[in-house]
Design a protein around this ligand. Structure first.
Ligand SMILES: *Cc1c(COP(=O)(O)O)cnc(C)c1O
Length: 384
């Protein structure tokens, strides 16, 4: 697998950096577009997973819409050439300026999470003489069976409107004259690999669709969010997520009515596998029970292991000696600044180049400048 990465080139580049395999991103987008296209499904890319303009340009070329969770993301999407008519805006805490920005740009839809938010959007829209298109984000109380920090669809989570509050919400809509109800929205969590969670979601969505139909509400858009996971264990065996099975679950599980559209918001599944974090070994240090490989990338560059105990496959592409075990750690002054414990690597020494795989989603976007470190730079496979 060493040929996947251009080691001689990597040796010349200052580490750490993100490396994006643009050919893999193309293959992923081709598969995604083909499989969603079979059923006429609409896909919005969740830009929070990776907002790099070069990545966004490629995604735009496949005609995807955009799912934003901040006004800054709306700006980035528009700057990168996405049409506002393909932008949806979610989030539990939208500031007034963000709502204004969305209205000024006539974005497709606000995914709304509470009555107070509906009232504010109505007020701001009225002051502009506009009508805001909204979808109600309903909390379906479906367990995504993923890490609890990335579970969002349980009744105790802060996201969405609970089902027992729906009656109150639709009643309030009757007096909100500058709101147009476009549909319903769901998002149960991230890194979901068990298709049963999505089947359960389909059942809840169908019930809620019936609830609206009984009350003679016409929902044009059914947005089931994102969350499809990637294979962090075997990125080479499964570089492209199984979009075919994923979309089939929804095709089979949700019966659309006349004129209804099914929308998705995928982030991780689109960009996760195409990115790697490339780092150099600074020191190999003997610990009490372990041996540390101390690298020049830290949790400031990739926080997922520290934040969610996430697993990333780590490879030493400089060495082919016999394997040994290392704790691969960064230079940051935090004990959680670790990329993996007891990682099997070929015998590793100072200067070796390590590649931390499957880092394209929630990697570069979550980088920080803690310890006054600069943000990581990036390298694209078609531009090296
Ligand atoms: C984060 C998020 C997504 C994307 O989640 P992935 O797991 O990256 O697919 C989609 N919709 C909403 C509302 C989100 O917050």
């Amino acid at each position: 697998m060493q040929s996947r990465f251009p080691l001689p080139k990597f040796r010349e580049i200052k580490t750490p950096f993100y490396y994006y395999d643009m050919e893999l991103l193309d293959r992923t987008l081709e598969s995604l577009s083909r499989e969603a296209g079979k059923y006429g499904f609409v896909v919005h890319y969740a830009v929070k997973a990776n907002a790099n303009p070069v990545i966004l340009e490629k995604i735009r070329n496949y005609g995807l819409g955009i799912d934003c969770v901040s006004g800054y993301e709306i700006r980035r999407a528009i700057d990168c050439g996405f049409k506002p008519s393909g932008i949806v805006f979610a989030g539990v805490g939208k500031s007034d300026w963000e709502i204004e920005l969305g209205l000024d740009n006539d974005i497709a839809c606000f995914n709304v999470e509470s009555i107070p938010e509906l009232e504010i959007i109505n007020q701001i829209a009225a002051s502009k003489g506009k009508t805001a298109r909204v979808a109600l984000r309903v909390n379906p109380n479906v367990n995504a069976r993923t890490h609890h920090y990335i579970t969002t669809g349980l009744k105790e989570n802060k996201f969405g409107i609970n089902q027992w509050d729906l009656e109150k919400v639709v009643t309030s809509l009757e007096t909100l004259t500058n709101i147009k109800l476009e549909g319903i929205h769901f998002h149960i969590g991230s890194q979901i690999t068990d298709m049963q969670s999505f089947r359960n979601l389909c059942n809840r969505v169908s019930e809620i669709m019936d609830w609206f139909t009984q009350r003679r509400y016409n929902l044009r858009i059914i947005n089931v969010g994102g969350g499809l996971g990637i294979d962090y264990q075997y990125p080479d065996a499964n570089p492209v997520p199984d979009f075919e099975s994923y979309f089939k679950v929804f095709r089979d599980g949700i019966k659309l009515g006349e004129g209804q559209e099914l929308h998705f918001e995928l982030g991780r599944a689109v960009v996760g596998q195409c990115g790697s974090l490339v780092t150099r070994v600074l020191y190999v240090k003997e610990g009490v029970k372990t041996r540390f490989a101390i690298v020049d990338a830290g949790m400031t560059d990739l926080i997922r292991p520290a934040l969610y105990q996430a697993y990333h496959k780590i490879e030493n592409i400089s060495s082919s000696a016999a394997e040994e075990k290392y704790d691969v750690v960064g230079p940051i002054c935090e004990s959680s600044d670790s990329f993996g414990k007891a990682v099997s690597l070929p015998e590793t020494s100072r200067g070796d180049v390590l590649v931390i795989r499957s880092a394209g989603a929630y990697g570069e976007v979550m980088a920080s400048q803690y310890n006054l470190r600069p943000l990581p730079h990036c390298v694209f496979s078609d531009r090296v």
